[in-house]
Design a protein. Structure first.
Length: 272
């Protein structure tokens, strides 16, 4: 059975290795796939976005995610079953799992694992990844029933992330930055269809407005289609429309952060 793992733990400490060890102790036959441990600290939405875009490329199994700034509080710990592909998601009930379960048709079964019989004792107030989430994920991977992992809860009670929606205002497409990668590329909440409906076809120049400043970019397939230091608008590997700077950092150049608004407008001959 596959157990995928996503956290904000980083690799400087022993946290990731210990979680691996706990899973191996209860499910020695499980194969653990590290999706990433580089989610920004406490970046629940960033983790949710990465989890949702990565899981379609991972075989169905148990998917453990821990980005948990409220660890030790009254927030619930949960495990859920998705409607499609029978995937099991384990993690804190803070919205981290919600974009992934939406990707797979929603939740058909959910349990509160806060007092799970599978947890390690005593449970640390600050390391639920080790004492709660890892042993539950391991037991599920080893064949335990989801219903036996905790108390049943209604799927509608689960916390979910609501992402901003793009909109059209006059001739402009008003988008928002969903996420930034290590290269400074900015993924927007815009699809290829949204771009076409706004008249921003491949090869066209597009005006960008961000932070009150205006820029010029080209709608294109690849970075190499524009010169070094030029802005481009393209469809990224996860089918989001994104803004990039060839051989540069678009986020730093445009001053972009998650949730920032970016306005796109097709450029015509009357504009400078």
């Amino acid at each position: 059975m596959i157990v995928s793992l996503l956290t904000d733990y980083g690799h400087e400490d022993d946290f990731v290795g210990v979680v691996h060890g706990v899973i191996a102790g209860v499910a020695p036959g499980a194969r653990v796939i590290d999706l990433t441990h580089g989610i920004p600290r406490h970046g629940v939405r960033s983790g949710a976005l990465v989890l949702a875009r990565a899981l379609p490329y991972v075989p169905a199994g148990v998917h453990l995610a821990v980005v948990d700034p409220q660890v030790g509080t009254e927030r619930r710990a949960v495990a859920v079953r998705t409607a499609e592909e029978d995937r099991l998601l384990v993690g804190p009930d803070n919205g981290l799992l919600s974009l992934a379960w939406a990707r797979f048709g929603g939740v058909v079964e959910a349990v509160d694992i806060t007092r799970s019989p599978h947890r390690l004792e005593p449970v640390s107030a600050t390391f639920h990844g080790r004492d709660l989430f890892a042993p539950v994920a391991g037991r599920l991977a080893a064949g335990a029933e989801l219903a036996d992992a905790g108390e049943a809860i209604e799927p509608g009670e689960l916390e979910a992330i609501v992402l901003p929606q793009a909109r059209r205002e006059g001739g402009e497409l008003c988008a928002h930055v969903l996420s930034l990668d290590r290269f400074g590329n900015a993924a927007l909440n815009v699809s290829h269809a949204d771009l076409l409906e706004s008249g921003l076809a491949l090869g066209r120049e597009v005006g960008l407005e961000a932070g009150g400043e205006r820029y010029l970019a080209i709608v294109t397939h690849a970075f190499a289609d524009v010169g070094a230091g030029e802005l481009l608008v393209y469809e990224d590997a996860y089918r989001n429309i994104a803004v990039a700077l060839n051989r540069g950092d678009a986020a730093a150049t445009l001053g972009l952060a998650p949730d920032d608004e970016v306005r796109l407008r097709g450029r015509n001959s009357a504009e400078p």
